[in-house]
Design a protein around this ligand. Structure first.
Ligand SMILES: Cc1ncc(COP(=O)(O)O)c(C=O)c1O
Length: 398
């Protein structure tokens, strides 16, 4: 059978993620991987989940195993709303839609907002999974500038003035891939611009609870409630395999996201939602979060120290106070994919940064390093090996 004549035109826009290939290589036995973006398994609260699993079966013998409302399991919607209120987002359970991971929100947003050729503004670099969710709908991307403090408001202002943007997509806390966080004053400016231009902003925030130092910052949603769809996730603070995300969106958009979700998966797993509801309402998340911070904080410190110890002075890198990633920029002309191939031969993997840019040819000298999976000793060894191969690469190119 010739399948190529069957596929929809949009599949032409759906290139397989190059990162998947890299992650396959990174998971080979014996490899030290700074490539993935996944939580450390030791962060999963297994004992609590064992206990709560039994409780969910006792308490919700029907609802946990039955079809449920598309909007989500009501106790979980309530529990998430109450956490969002604590973070300054004025929302009740009715205003929260539970999705299959926050990736489910991004897919829904693409489906209900993007027609072919529509313009969407994204940071450069940005979260690859968002591009994968939006690409099938064939948008055109408008690139927003960023520096050490993340998205530059002046660049957003220009984009809002010069383009008819469908929406702006931003990851304001410990961004994937850069680890950068937008400071307070910039948030105020961004929120003011979004309000002034009556634009929609998607605030994707899976990492804000993974803060190891410094003060939490207010959400953009709290500053421009009618113009921001706030997207959250339990993947990084509970377990990604449960596939639980959520969105608090302005009402007209929320309505369409529900209709789109009916066609996507009817609803998110009832059992997993009930489990998470018990986890949140029982106060387990608040008690367990400090343990996750305790696991990751020394790993981040180990990575920053290793970078300072081993990396050549021609490289610079982000210094995040949380999240899962550090971003490195090498000198112009350095080919980080060549460096990647050489470090993989030495059983060390990372992700070359060019995959996170919408424009081909950008970010060739950059890389994303993950610090949540490897232990501190392995982090130091891996960073040393990468540094040696960068130096070798610099001798030939720069
Ligand atoms: C910025 C960002 N958004 C969304 C997601 C998707 O997370 P999930 O679907 O597991 O909630 C990720 C996952 O790494 C991410 O980094």
């Amino acid at each position: 059978m010739r399948f190529d004549r069957l596929f929809a035109q949009r599949t032409g826009n759906m290139a397989a993620s190059a990162i998947r290939e890299i992650l396959k290589v990174a998971s080979q036995p014996g490899m030290i991987s700074l490539a993935g973006g996944v939580p450390a398994p030791e962060s999963f609260p297994l004992e609590i989940l064992r206990e709560l699993t039994a409780r969910v079966i006792d308490q919700y013998p029907a609802a946990a195993f039955q079809y449920g409302p598309t909007e989500g399991f009501p106790p979980l919607r309530e529990a998430i709303a109450s956490r969002l209120c604590q973070a300054g987002i004025d929302v009740d359970g009715e205003g929260v839609l539970i999705t299959s991971g926050s990736q489910g929100v991004l897919d829904g947003l693409g489906k209900v907002l993007i027609s072919e050729g529509d313009e969407i503004a994204v940071e450069a670099p940005t979260y690859l999974g968002a591009l994968q969710a939006f690409n099938p709908y064939c948008p055109r991307y408008v690139k927003l500038g960023s520096d050490d403090e993340g998205l530059i408001p002046a660049s957003l202002e220009r984009a809002l003035k010069e383009h008819r943007l469908k929406f702006v997509y931003v990851v304001p806390n410990f961004q994937n891939p850069t680890g950068k966080t937008i400071p307070l004053e910039r948030r105020r400016q961004i929120a003011a611009l979004i309000r002034e231009h009556d634009a929609l902003l998607v605030e994707d925030d899976p990492y804000s609870s993974l803060r190891y130092e410094g003060e939490s910052l207010p959400t953009l949603k709290s500053m421009a409630p009618d113009h921001v769809a706030y997207v959250g996730s339990l993947s990084k603070v509970l377990a990604p395999g449960l596939r639980l995300g959520y969105v608090a969106a302005p009402e007209p958009l929320a309505k369409w996201l529900v209709i789109a979700k009916q066609g996507i998966d009817l609803h998110t797993s009832s059992f997993n939602q009930a489990l998470a509801a018990e986890y949140l309402t029982g106060g387990y998340l608040d008690r367990h979060l400090p343990k996750i911070v305790e696991i990751y904080k020394p790993k981040l410190q180990a990575m920053l120290q290793a970078l300072a110890r081993h990396f050549p002075s021609e490289c610079c890198w982000s210094r995040p106070e949380g999240g899962m990633f550090v971003w490195v920029e090498g000198p112009k002309g350095l080919n980080m994919e060549d460096v990647y191939r050489r470090t993989v031969a030495r059983k060390t993997a990372f992700v070359p940064g060019r995959f996170f840019f919408v424009e081909n040819g950008e970010g060739g000298e950059t890389m994303r390093l993950n610090f949540t999976m490897a232990d501190e000793e392995a982090i130091d060894r891996a960073v040393r090996i990468i540094a040696e191969e960068i130096e070798a690469g610099m001798r030939t190119c720069c």
